[in-house]
Ligand binder design. Structure first.
Ligand SMILES: [Zn+2]
Length: 452
């Protein structure tokens, strides 16, 4: 009865909020959990779930897994609204359930916040878990990386049946392997991609504290690590990007080894860091029984979404929006920006709770790489958001010509300015800065909001 009421109330409040033109709020899930605290575990029963957690790349990895499963003939539900805390997951499970509690869909791809993972994982009892990576997020929200790691470890202990897909190149994530003996599937990238370690959140061995040696780096602390102290080192992955043939603004062409066999693969999302998401998605899909060749085919048909490499064409401007939320993610976006060539750059910095109230993290990201080669520097720079001045100061210290940086605070004015530009425009907003700007751009190009 409690479950019935929880589902009913959740559906009603969600419908009402939509009528009011508001989507993705926390209210329906909060109400459902208040009425029926074990709603998540009861609604997830009978559903084969893939859960994705980690600091960066969760949303994109989920979209990829969802796509690969669809291409293989499954019809999974997914928590697409971007709310990846327990209440958001509860709301999406309620939406997927009949009033009796019976699930409408038998498969699910669930994105879960690192901090909520330890509880939700035990309730959902996933068939597959993917851990993307662990980076220092906003310190005021999550504490140290080891704390995050410990939370995920507890979650894995509670999901005794899950196949656990771990990033082999991340020394922190890979250290979770003993917590899921015989059930681990490693994925990774076999060769150097970036310019080496710029921001390392884990320079020292998680086991003994000695400084790691690296055969190669991909991003930040990710790569072919080895500890000279205790011998803890990267495990050869089951799913690996073995060669990168091309990286363009449209996507990449790579070779992918899956369980000993190598396949050519096209990934329809740009930026090298999406190769990690692609490898993770293939590891998860094949763990669920999808044929490797079939899974890989799906990678060529991924569409980006909701602020993650989302594209908007506005007049002559080709706008790509890349959500940033921490130094490591920001570094990857900057690396991508530097690789695009002729580009206009827009940075929108807010300091809301969801952004991290302490904006000092921008000093840990390597904005300098944009100005290392003056010929390749952005020819046009705009800063926006509540902390636009902090952003301008950061860019000045990174080597930007102060007079070439424009401050535009108002969202409509910013969108007007973007519409008047031409060529590639990269917009890097923090979360709460992204929402109104994305809504404005989506409205101008006639794109539907995600909850419609
Ligand atoms: Zn060690």
């Amino acid at each position: 009865m409690r479950l019935f009421l929880a589902i009913l109330l959740c559906k009603l409040s969600r419908a009402l909020l939509r009528l009011l033109g508001r989507g993705g709020t926390a209210l329906p899930g909060t109400l459902a959990l208040r009425l029926c605290p074990d709603a998540v575990s009861r609604l997830a029963k009978g559903i084969r779930c893939v859960m994705v957690t980690g600091t960066n790349g969760k949303t994109t990895t989920c979209r990829m897994i969802e796509k690969l499963l669809r291409e293989a003939g499954y019809d999974p539900m997914a928590n697409r609204s971007g709310s990846n805390l327990e209440r958001g997951i509860a709301a999406d499970l309620c939406a997927n359930a009949a009033l009796t509690g019976r699930p409408k869909k038998r498969w699910a791809v669930i994105e879960c916040d690192e901090a909520a993972f330890k509880r939700v994982c035990g309730e959902v009892q996933p068939a597959v878990v993917v851990v993307t990576n662990i980076f220092r997020d906003q310190l005021d929200r999550y504490g140290e990386v080891t704390h995050t790691l410990e939370g995920i470890r507890i979650g894995l202990e509670r999901a005794q049946k899950a196949v656990v897909c771990l990033n082999a190149d991340d020394s922190l994530v890979a250290s979770l392997a003993p917590d899921a003996p015989d059930r681990v599937r490693f994925y990774g990238i076999d060769a150097a991609l970036g310019e080496g370690a710029d921001v390392s959140d884990a320079p020292r061995c998680i086991v003994c504290g000695a400084e790691y040696e690296y055969e190669y780096h991909t991003f930040a602390h990710l790569g072919g690590f080895r500890c000279p102290g205790c011998g803890y080192s990267r495990t050869e992955p089951d799913v690996a990007v073995t060669a990168v043939d091309a990286l363009t603004a449209e996507g990449s062409a790579v070779e992918l080894r899956v369980d000993g066999k190598t396949y050519p693969a096209a990934v329809s999302l740009p930026a090298a860091y999406n190769l990690y998401n692609a490898a993770a998605a293939v590891a998860a899909a094949t763990a669920l029984g999808v044929e490797p060749a079939r899974a890989i085919k799906g990678l060529a048909r991924i569409e980006s979404g909701f602020g993650r490499m989302e594209r908007f064409e506005l007049g002559e401007a080709k706008i790509t929006m890349i959500l940033v939320k921490n130094p490591a993610g920001c570094d990857r976006a900057l690396e991508y920006m530097a690789s695009v060539g002729e580009v206009s750059a827009v940075f929108c910095l807010n300091d809301g709770t969801a952004d991290g109230t302490d904006v000092s993290w921008i000093w840990d990201a390597a904005f300098e790489r944009l100005f290392a080669d003056p010929a390749g520097a952005p020819h046009n720079i705009i800063v926006s958001g509540r902390r636009a001045e902090d952003m301008r100061l950061r860019l000045k210290y990174a080597g930007a010509d102060e007079n070439a940086v424009t401050v535009i605070r108002e969202v409509k004015a910013l969108a007007d300015e973007l519409a008047s530009m031409s060529g590639e425009v990269l917009v890097m907003p923090t979360y709460t800065a992204m929402l109104p700007l994305r809504a404005e751009l989506a409205g101008r190009v006639g794109r539907k909001e995600f909850w419609k």
